[in-house]
Design a protein around this ligand. Structure first.
Ligand SMILES: NC(=O)c1ccc[n+]([C@@H]2O[C@H](COP(=O)([O-])OP(=O)(O)OC[C@H]3O[C@@H](n4cnc5c(N)ncnc54)[C@H](O)[C@@H]3O)[C@@H](O)[C@H]2O)c1
Ligand SMILES: N[C@@H](CCC=O)C(=O)O
Length: 515
C-alpha cells in the first residue's frame, strides 16, 4: 500500500542552487539536440524518409530533433500491434499495471529538471512553467496508479443472500491518444498513462511541435518496464494520420485534448460505424476555452490585478485556462486596468531559458501569425493600451497585449486566441458581469474576485465554468485538488486528475455467481 497521494512540490527558483541545477539540465539537453527520433511500434524503432523538424520557438534556427513521420501504412501497423498486445495486457493484474506508473513517476522525479529543460527548449516554457508541467506529469501518474488500485477493489453492491456479486472495471481496447503541444509532458503523460493503467493499449500520436518530449516520455515508459506494444509512439501529420487512426474499426476509444475544431471533427468521424467495427467508439475530448475573471466593486484590487496578469500571460496565454477576458465592475475598472498595465509592463519578455524571463515565445509561425491577426482585429474592437508589437526575427515573440473597452460580443471577446492578448470589458453591475462571463460557447475556467458573500454564492451557482475559482487566478489546477475540464464547447465534460476520470477508460462488468 502506497502513502496517500500528495502533489509534487514545485521548485523554488528563488534559490540560486536550483537555478544552477536547471542550467546544468539545459546544458545536458543542448548536448542532445538535433538527434533523430524514430517511430516506436511494438518496441521496434522505425525511421522514415519523411521527417519533421522540431524547433526551438525562441530561437527558430535551433533544431531540437528530427522526427520520423508515420503514414497510413505505419498507422495500420501501430493499430494492429496495439490490438495484438491488448490480448495479453488486458489481463495483467491491476496492481502490476499501477506499479509501472509508480516506477515511471519515480524515474521522472529523478530527471525532473532534464524533462523541464526539454520543455524550455522545445515548447518555450519558462523555468517555473516547465517545472509545473513536469510536476503535474508526476502527479498524474501517482494519482492514476492509486485510482486504478482503488477502483480495482471490490465495489459496493447491494448484498443478496443467494448470490455472490462482483463489479469489475475492465479495459476498453485500443485507444488513440492525441494530446496538444501546450502541456507537452503533463497532458500527454496523463492521457497516455490513464489509458494504459486501465489495461488498454495505446497509439500515441504526439502534437508535432513537441514530438521530441513525447518521444522522451515513451522511452521513460520503456525504462519503467512497460511492455512493448502497450504504448506505440506514432508521430505524423495530424490530418492524415489522425483521421486514419480515428476512423479505424479497431479503434475502441479516442482520447483527445486540443482545439474545438479538431475535437468536433474527431467526434463526428468517430461516430460513424465502419465495416467490421464491433463497438460504439468512445470519445473523450478536452477542448478550448475563453475564460473570464470577474472583478467586483468591493474586491481586493491588488489580488485582482495579480490574478489577471498571472492567468493572462503565464506561458504567453497559451493555456486553455488562460484569462483572456477581464470583466470588471465599472466602479473598479480604471484602477484595475491601471494596476494590470503596470504589472504587465514589468514582465520580462525573452528567451525562456534565461532565469529572469517571465514570458517566452509563442509556439510556432502559425500561432505567431494567428495572434498577430487577432491583435489587428483588436485594434478596431477596443483601445490598445499595452503591447501589440511582435518580432519573429529570432523566435516567435509577441508582447503581452491589453485592449481596453472591448464589447462583450467583439471577436476578441468570443474567439479563442491562445496567445498573450487580454480584453478588458466594463460591467455596470455584478449581475451583468456574470451574464457577460457566461456569454461564450466555451465553459472551461473562470474566476471571481470579490468580498461580497452573496455574489460569491451567486457565482458558485450561475457561473458556467467547469473549473470556477473564487478569489484566485483561473489557471494552475492541481491534480487531485482541482479535477480539470469544462462544459459546452470545452469538451465532453471529463475531469482529468479527478476520481471519475479512469472510468472513462473502462467498462463495468458484473459477475454474479450462485453456489
Ligand atoms: N481542455 C483542456 O484540458 C485543454 C488542455 C490543453 C489545451 N487545450 C486546447 O488545445 C488547443 C491548443 O492545442 P493544439 O494547437 O495542439 O490543438 P490542435 O487541435 O491543433 O491539435 C491537437 C492535436 O490534434 C492533432 N490533430 C490535428 N488534426 C487532427 C485530425 N484531423 N485528427 C486527429 N488528430 C488531429 C494534432 O496533431 C495535435 O496532436 C487550444 O484550443 C486549447 O484550449 C485544451
Ligand atoms: N490544467 C491547466 C490548463 C491546461 C490547458 O491548457 C490549468 O489549470 O491551468
Amino acid at each position: 500500500m502506497r502513502a496517500a497521494f500528495r502533489n509534487e512540490p514545485f521548485t523554488n527558483f528563488g534559490a540560486e542552487s536550483n537555478n544552477k541545477a536547471y542550467d546544468a539540465a539545459l546544458e545536458l539537453v543542448r548536448s542532445k539536440l538535433g538527434q533523430e527520433y524514430p517511430l516506436v511500434i511494438g518496441g521496434r524503432r522505425i525511421s522514415t524518409t519523411r521527417t519533421s523538424l522540431s524547433i526551438n520557438p525562441a530561437s527558430k534556427n535551433q533544431v531540437i530533433g528530427v522526427v520520423s513521420q508515420a503514414d497510413t501504412k505505419l498507422a495500420e501497423e501501430a493499430i494492429q500491434t496495439a490490438a495484438r498486445t491488448f490480448e495479453s495486457w488486458r489481463f495483467t493484474e491491476p496492481n502490476e499495471r499501477a506499479r509501472y506508473l509508480y516506477k515511471a513517476a519515480a524515474l521522472l522525479r529523478l530527471r525532473k529538471h532534464e524533462f523541464s529543460a526539454w520543455m524550455t527548449l522545445e515548447a518555450g516554457k519558462t523555468r517555473a512553467e516547465a517545472d509545473a508541467d513536469t510536476a503535474e506529469a508526476i502527479d498524474f501518474m501517482e494519482f492514476y496508479a492509486r485510482e486504478l488500485q482503488r477502483i480495482s477493489e471490490p465495489q459496493p453492491l447491494t448484498p443478496l443472500d443467494e448470490e455472490e456479486n462482483q463489479l469489475y472495471y475492465i479495459p476498453l481496447g485500443v485507444g488513440i491518444v492525441i494530446p496538444p503541444w501546450n502541456f507537452p509532458l503533463a497532458i500527454m503523460a496523463g492521457m497516455t498513462t490513464a489509458a494504459l493503467v486501465c489495461g488498454n493499449t495505446v497509439v500515441l500520436k504526439p502534437a508535432s511541435p513537441t514530438a521530441v518530449i513525447a518521444a522522451q516520455f515513451a522511452l521513460l515508459l520503456e525504462e519503467a518496464g512497460v511492455p512493448s506494444g502497450v504504448v506505440n509512439y506514432l508521430p505524423g501529420p495530424g490530418g492524415e494520420v489522425g483521421d486514419y487512426l480515428v476512423d479505424h474499426p479497431l479503434t475502441r476509444f479516442v482520447s483527445f485534448t486540443g482545439s474545438r475544431e479538431v475535437g468536433l471533427r474527431i467526434n463526428e468521424r468517430a461516430a460513424k460505424t465502419r465495416p467490421g467495427q464491433k463497438w460504439i467508439k468512445r470519445v473523450i475530448a478536452e477542448m478550448g476555452g475563453k475564460d473570464a475573471i470577474i472583478v467586483d466593486d468591493d474586491a481586493d484590487l491588488d489580488l485582482a490585478a495579480d490574478s489577471i496578469v498571472a492567468a493572462a500571460f503565464g506561458f504567453s496565454g497559451q493555456k486553455c485556462s488562460a484569462c483572456s477576458r477581464a470583466i470588471v465592475h465599472e466602479a473598479a475598472y480604471d484602477e484595475v486596468l491601471a494596476k494590470v498595465i503596470e504589472r504587465t509592463h514589468r514582465l520580462a519578455v525573452g528567451d525562456p531559458a534565461e532565469a529572469t524571463t517571465n514570458v517566452g515565445a509563442v509556439i510556432d509561425d502559425k500561432a505567431f501569425r494567428k495572434i498577430q491577426e487577432y491583435i489587428e482585429i483588436g485594434k478596431s474592437e477596443g483601445q490598445l493600451v499595452l503591447g501589440g508589437a511582435s518580432d519573429d526575427s529570432v523566435g516567435y515573440f509577441i508582447e503581452p497585449t491589453i485592449f481596453a473597452d472591448v464589447d462583450e460580443n467583439a471577436r476578441i471577446s468570443l474567439e479563442e486566441i491562445f496567445g498573450p492578448v487580454l480584453a478588458f470589458t466594463k460591467a455596470p453591475s455584478f449581475e451583468e458581469a456574470l451574464r457577460m462571463a457566461n456569454n461564450t460557447e466555451f465553459g472551461l475556467t473562470g474566476a471571481v474576485i470579490s468580498r461580497n458573500r452573496a455574489h460569491l454564492e451567486q457565482a458558485r451557482r450561475e457561473f458556467m465554468a467547469g473549473n470556477l475559482y473564487l478569489n484566485r487566478k483561473c489557471t494552475g489546477a492541481l491534480v487531485g485538488a482541482h479535477p480539470f475540464g469544462g462544459f459546452n464547447m470545452s469538451g465532453t465534460d471529463s475531469k482529468a486528475g479527478g476520481r471519475d476520470y479512469l472510468l472513462l477508460f473502462t467498462q463495468a462488468k458484473i459477475v454474479s455467481e450462485r453456489y
